[in-house]
Each structure stands twice: as C-alpha cells, then as structure tokens.
Design a protein around this ligand. Sequence first.
Ligand code: ATP
Length: 643
Amino acid sequence: MKSTLMTPDRIVAAVRQQQQRFQRLSDATLRDHTDELRRLRKSQHRHNRSISSGWQRWKRPDAAEPMIEAHGLMAEALRRTTGKLYYDVQLQAGWILAAGSIAEMQTGEGKTITTGLPAFWQALAGRGCHVSTVNDYLARRDFETLQPTFELLGVGVGRIDSEMSLAEKRQAYRCEVTYGPGFEFGFDFLRDQIALRSAPRPRLGMRHLAHLRGQSIDKPHSLIGRPLACAVIDEADSVLIDEANTPLILSGQEHAMRQASSDPEAYRVADILAQELQPEEDFSLDPVDRKISFTPTGWFRIHEHFAKANPLRLARAWSCYVENALRARQIFRRDVDYVVRDGEIQIVDQNTGRIHPERSWRNGLHQAVQTKERVAVVPEQQTQARITRQRFIGQYDSICGLTGTAQAAARELKDFYRLSVVSVPTHRPCHRFGLPSRHFSNLQTKHASIVAEIRARHANGGPMLVGTRTIAESRTLSAALHNCGIPHRTLNGIQDEAEADLIAIAGQPGAITIATNMAGRGTDIALTDASRARGGLHVIATEHHPCARVDRQLIGRAARQGDPGSYQFFVSAEDEIFQHAPQLAESISARCSGAPEAQHDFSTEIARLQNDLENQAYQRRTQLTRADQWLDRVLETVAKEAV
Ligand SMILES: Nc1ncnc2c1ncn2[C@@H]1O[C@H](COP(=O)(O)OP(=O)(O)OP(=O)(O)O)[C@@H](O)[C@H]1O
C-alpha cells in the first residue's frame, strides 16, 4: 500500500500549489487568509494541539494542511516583496523548522529568507516568535530583508538591539515576530526576572482566586518582554553549543561594592608586584586553561607585600588582586582578548570576533586589565542576575534552528536540547575548491608567504577574503600589505567604515578584505559577473580555529549558491591551536628545517586535534549542564519543603 505520509517532495509540491492559488489574489485577500489561519492556530493552541511535537507529526496530511497554507502564503508574499521564489530545499528546510527541528543547510543556501517560514507559522499562534541571530548586524539585515514580506501579510514585525531604550524594546516585543541577537533576548529575560522579583507579591491564595474568576493578576508594568513562546535560532550551533559555556550575566553597581573595590591604588600596588614576580620561581602559567598557580616562594612574596596593601580598602583576599594582575599581564592580550578604545577596555568575543563595550570581566579582573593599560579604573560591577544559555533556551515552549554546521554537533543538540538534526541538500552543486594547506615553522614566514600569495593572486583580479583569528593579526597583515602598496580593507571592529559598506564591496573584482571572525559567520559577500569570471571569492584562512565548525563557516563565505570559489589554510607551528599539542608543533617545525615551508601535509593531524578539543569542550559543557540540573533539583526540593 502506498504511504499517505507527506514526503519532502509532496510538501514542496503542495506548498507550490497553494502559492499558485494565492498568486491570483489581492494583497488584502492574502491578509484575510492570514487572519483565518491566525484564528485556527490560536484555537489549536488553546486546545494544546499546536505545539511542535516533532517532525513526524507534521508528516500527517491532516496536520500538515494549515502549515502548507501558511508556507504558501509566505512564499507568495516573499515573491511580491522581494521578487524571490523559495527554492525547493528552502521550503523543505522551512518545514523541518516549523516542525521543531534543526535544519542543516550548507553555508550560503539562503537561511535568512528560510527563517521567515517557521517565524510566520509560529507568529500565527499569537504568542510571539523570536528570530535569534548571533549579532546586531545580522539581526538588522535579516529584519530589513523580511520586514516588507511580513507586513504585506499583516504580521507585526520588530527588532531589538542593545542600544535601544526599554520603551522601544517593549514595542518590538509586542510584535508577532521579533528579530534580535540571542544574547539580547537573554538579557531582557533577566531584566524581567529582576522586575518580577522586586514586584510586590500577591497575598496567599489571590492568584488561585483570580484564576477561578477567570481574571489574571497584573504583571509589573516595567516588564520588557512577554513569556517566551518560540524561538527560531539562526547559526544554531554557535548559539546553542559554542556559547553554552558563557553564562549571561547582568551586572550593575551597588553601593557597598563600589566603596570596597573601586580603590585604584589596590590594583596599582598589585600590578607593581605582578611585574616583579618571576615565572617558574614565583608562579606557573597554564596558557590552555588560562590559570596561574603560585609556588611557595610566590606565596611568601605576596604575603610579604601585603604590608603595603594592608591600609588599602580590599574587596577580596590580597592574593586575588595579585593573581588578577598577573593574569592581566601574562594571559590577556591587547587586540586579541580586548581593545583599548575611548579610554576604555572593550572585550573581544572570541567566538564572533565582535567588540562588546558593554561587557566586563568579573571579580576584579577587568580593573586589573585597566590598571595594566593605564586607563581609568571603573568601579566593579556586581552580578544582579545570571543564567546559563542552556537554561535560558529551556524557557521557550518550543525552539528550532538552522545552521550550515549542525551534523558535527548533532549528538549535543539531541542530548542537551532534544533537537533532531535533518540535513537539507544544496540548491545547486557546490563548486568550492580547496587548495592544499601550507605549513610554516613560525609566524613571520607564514605572514610573509600570505602577503606573497595575496600579491600573486591580486594580479588575477579575483576578490579575496583573508580571515584572521585576532585583531592583532589583521593589523599585522594590513600593515604588510600597506608596505607593499596593495590596496585592501580591514573589517575587525575597529575600522572606520561601516560593516555593511565593507561587505557590499568585498565581492568586487580585485577587492581584498582582511577580516576577523566578524566575517566568519552569516556574512554574505555578493559577487559580480566579473569576479565570478575570475574564479569567485578566494578565502585565505590564516590559522585553524580549535573548533572545525568555525573553520568551515569561514571557508563557507566562498562558493555560495553554486558560484565558483576557493580557499586555502596557512598554518604555522607558532599558531595558538598548537598550545594544545606541542608535539605536533615540533613535528611541523622539524619538517621545515632548512626550508621556510614544510613539504608535508598535516591536515589529518590537525583535524584529529580539533576533534579532541571539541570532545574536551563537550565534556566541559556536559559538566556545566549537570551542575545546572543539580541546582534545579535543589531549588525544587527547597521550594517543596517551603510549601
Ligand atoms: N530563493 C532565492 N532566490 C534568489 N536568491 C536567493 C534565494 N535564497 C537566497 N538567495 C541569496 O543567496 C545569498 C545567500 O543567502 P544567505 O546569506 O541568507 O545565506 P545563508 O545560508 O544564511 O548563509 P550563511 O550560512 O553564510 O549564514 C543571498 O545573497 C540571498 O539573497
């Protein structure tokens, strides 16, 4: 007997059929259809039938019908507003997402417009849908792309960013679809938790009484968002996996803390001592875990010095000041971990390459770095609320996501978020061409070879993207190109030009763009016919990232949508990744003896190293989750005992 379940082909054919039907209707009639679907979705939700319960459920034709109609409407609205027709693979991915799974779509396959399909479907349920991206730039770009489409269908759409006032944000959250960077949704959630905590509690039994009367107890007026219903997460592996180790922390200044810890003299004295302490003799340094351990001699010197620190107002043990000062001097590097701008220390996010002026390190470390850099020491901030990303994501009733690099993280997505990954084929065959990696003994020879390579390729006139790990390296290469008179542009967060303007010209013939990880994910470099004819975008990756997915995202800037494109890695034994594998660094150096470049390919060994590092990171995240779950159980027990 033939199966009646909806297969990807049937789904696509059914959506196309709906779209054809809608093509004959006016914009106003499309809005009427949206209203009808809205009523249906809301009533389904009231009867608790509509929450995504997995991909399989939506393969049943009866369940699938409203979703097919919704996707047909969205497809027609997209055509009218942007002139684009969803590709079959995008409709398949939209379906996977709307059914609550992760869709793996290769880089450049058009995830931006695909997010519109699940967002529209979820918005119809009337509880708000967040479309979460990794940064402000992508949130704005994606919002601007789909705003006219949603508006044509009469769906309210808004956007949040960290610069907005609370009133502007409240307005954006009232919309049916809200775009924003994932971390900002998290911070607003924390702000609301603080507001709820400080609001007067209703008297015992009032909530129950109000419920019986069909009333609701008013929430504090200061709330920014509304209960978290659904999130469509772009670059899902970055948000759900890579950032899972970094909790969201909302800080503020409190009087007592300010009094105790803002004494710049304490940081200054600690900084002087940190410069006197000797490695090995007084302390040892673990660059991988970024930890300092003091030797007995070191402890003696710290306590000896304490006499000088004694009259100062200290917020914590004196040794913590010295340890922070040492970490600031030995581990935290300017133009790598932070930049100094406008008289401030501004943190660089190591995953995204973006600079975050609003962030600060905690427990006195930020002040230690300020002291080292001789900028004004600002009062220490105190944690007001914190939440791990996993716990925050768990607050949504349903989530789905998409990324070009999901399969490599499939086990973790299943274990931690109960999300399945479904791979979607590419729209056109991919023509990305990888050149053999090149290996050097030291940074200097590697940089010289990169410059020589750029110069040689520049003659051909194809556009180039040079992806660096750090701002410092982007500056080094930029200076070298400048000395050779090779015109180029730099995208590293401290450039003068606007990011969108730089991206807009990066695909033109002869364009050379040196960029940190800022351009590593989500960035769409559009080619011209002339640059296609010269082989498309060529990506030079100047270093391997510990996480292979990040490397794949970078090379995924080339050869998108069936365009030609190529990439090549340049590796040196002094690259940061080899801090985790000194023997491998030695092997590379040994193979270079007598020559600047190794005549051996180390790609397999490097892939193995990345795999090991990913496993270690996975273990760390598992521990964090277990600690979180343990905390949940403790809180639950305490709450039960209190009743
Ligand atoms: N259906 C379509 N018709 C025409 N052009 C499309 C279509 N879908 C996507 N594009 C174009 O393809 C390019 C890549 O799209 P987009 O940046 O959304 O890809 P992506 O999958 O998000 O990439 P990344 O993996 O790098 O984040 C864009 O220029 C976009 O306009």
